[in-house]
Write a protein of this length. Structure first.
Length: 555
């Protein structure tokens, strides 16, 4: 009897002592993280504290305990801020994220969070001064198969010599989407096909742009299959004195239908049919496709592109070699700048073509006399209206971005004395960077001031079906780009319905020359012009919205 009473008293003392002895994590009722919001610059650090609250319905007052070292800390984006196991936060790039603490409590898993805001850098690089250089680490990575991934980091060095993680603040791009893709603001690369792609990071600071590159190699899988290859230009004339001309090879993807510059691809082989007349460079890391005149004659320059399955797609151009005196009056041609990058759709950039001659003036601006070409005419068209453009026409060499990505821009100069052709190349790009709450992004749909292109449609309502004619210039002034109607001179011109595309907001003057049938009028959205010296009285002016339709009415 006495033993039983003694045991009961011991158990009662143990029950009373347990809450006094201390609280365990499993007894936590709620969790609080302080501070609950922080704004910090890139590279800065801050300490978070996690506090547990105990009490769950007992008659005793609630108690608190510092659990900073016992909770599990996580971040919603390491590209904005990282957190270590003790709650120390480091800002890595612009953005707004949550740092969360979690622990197993009385009712299950408990969480609490702090909002971390990292403003976009204006070139300050935190407290270490302005960012003066950029590097990607590691400089190269490789994976075995497609779908495997790798993380690249962008590290900036400030004027004080300190470093800052800019991974989330730079614009990332891949030289080949067929080989690898990379997150526009994450540096997270994903393998797509066999080969090596160049990963590029761009960082804008103080009006300047810093660039860094790394390589990403996919060892296995299949390489992109191409269905066709195109050579630009289709022919050139060079001097037997050793004058050179550049050919550019553009391959058409079998999966996307897009064209890619493969001039220097290891898959491409350049051949000259008569090397004693003209040679062509091939198999180099860069500088392939350059034809050099050797002796009088003509040689065929062939580009053979070998696919992984062994199939070959090819195309050819011709190079004529003339016995002209050395040195040539036109010695060299270059495009300046060698590359232009814009940030919004519909943005444009001006290239200049500069020729070097053997006689004074030795350096001449040839921008409005060369032929301009682009590897992506539907996305990055280049204005080539310099030659023969009426006074007041737009300058040549202007490239406009109607999409994101990049293009090769080519200038061809024909020497008036010898007929030889010199070529030069440059690059134009509009990198896709999706906007975030704190960064504007670039070249994404909607970054333009208005819609991309408007469609102008001209048609006849049927009153005159034999000889009506409507013409319209291009947006840059080239006449008769739109040439509609059976009154068109020459076979194959004209039609009952004609369509042309222009940038939204373009004002177009439509002209209907007097013919056998009297002119009847225009639709409601084309304002008649009483007299225009260049167009004549039968003309109207229409400012294009996204999709304009003009009905040409004839009696």
């Amino acid at each position: 009897m006495h033993d039983r009473d003694f045991l009961s008293r011991v158990l009662l003392l143990i029950a009373i002592a347990l809450p006094i002895a201390g609280c365990t994590n499993s007894q936590v009722d709620s969790l609080v993280v302080t501070p609950n919001a922080i704004t910090m610059g890139i590279g800065a650090t801050a300490q978070l504290t996690a506090t547990g609250i105990y009490g769950h319905g007992s008659n005793h007052p609630s108690t608190t305990q510092d659990l900073t070292d016992q909770v599990t800390w996580t971040t919603t984006s390491i590209n904005v801020a990282t957190v270590n196991p003790t709650g120390l936060v480091t800002a890595t790039g612009p953005g707004v994220i949550q740092i969360t603490a979690s622990i197993h409590g009385f009712t299950g898993t408990l969480t609490a969070a702090s909002t971390i805001t990292v403003p976009a850098s204006s070139g300050g690089g935190g407290s270490g001064g302005a960012v003066v250089s950029l590097a990607i680490i590691p400089t190269s990575q490789s994976v075995a198969l497609p779908t495997e991934t790798a993380q690249f980091l962008a590290i900036g060095t400030t004027s004080s010599g300190s470093t800052v993680n800019l991974t989330g603040a730079v614009s990332w791009s891949s030289s080949s989407q067929q080989i690898a893709t990379v997150g526009a603001n994450t540096g997270f690369a994903t393998a797509a096909g066999k080969g090596t792609a160049t990963i590029t990071a761009l960082y804008s600071t103080g009006g300047n742009t810093l660039t860094a590159t790394a390589s990403f190699t996919v060892l296995g899988g299949t390489t992109e299959e191409y269905t066709a290859v195109t050579l630009l230009p289709t022919s050139q004339t060079v001097s037997a004195s050793g004058q050179t001309g550049q050919f550019v090879a553009l391959a058409t993807s079998g999966t996307t239908g897009l064209e890619q510059d493969v001039t220097n691809s290891p898959q491409l082989t350049w051949l000259s049919s008569i090397p004693s007349v003209a040679t062509v460079t091939s198999g180099l890391a860069s500088g392939n496709g350059i034809a050099t005149g050797v002796s009088l004659g003509m040689s065929t320059i062939t580009a053979e592109l070998k696919n992984p399955d062994g199939s070959i797609v090819s195309n050819f151009s011709t190079v004529s070699v003339a016995l002209t005196p050395a040195p040539e009056p036109l010695l060299a041609l270059q495009i300046i700048p060698t590359s232009i990058t814009v940030g919004n759709l519909l943005d444009a950039g001006q290239f200049l073509a500069i020729g070097t001659y053997s006689t004074p003036p030795t350096v001449r601006d040839l921008t409005n006399s060369v032929q301009w070409l682009t590897s992506a005419p539907s996305v990055f068209p280049v204005n080539s209206n310099g030659t023969g453009t009426p006074s007041g026409g737009a300058n040549a060499g202007i490239v406009t971005a109607y999409g994101n990505g990049g293009a090769t821009i080519i200038a061809e100069a024909t020497d008036a004395q010898t007929g030889s052709i010199q070529t030069a190349t440059a690059s134009f790009s509009c990198p896709l960077v999706l906007p975030t709450p704190t960064t504007a992004g670039s070249c994404f749909p909607g970054s333009e001031a208005s819609s991309l292109l408007s469609t102008l449609t001209v048609y006849n309502e049927g009153l005159n079906t034999s000889n009506w004619l409507v013409t319209a210039p291009s947006a840059t002034g080239t006449p008769n780009v739109l040439h509609c109607g059976p009154g068109s001179a020459g076979a194959g011109l004209g039609g009952s319905v004609c369509v042309a595309t222009y940038p939204v907001g373009t004002t177009v003057i439509l002209t209907a020359p007097a013919g056998a049938g009297a002119f009847g009028g225009w639709s409601y959205n084309c304002v008649p012009l009483a007299a225009i010296s260049a167009a004549g009285p039968n003309s109207c002016e229409v400012t294009l919205t996204f999709d304009d339709t003009v009905g040409a009415i004839f009696n």
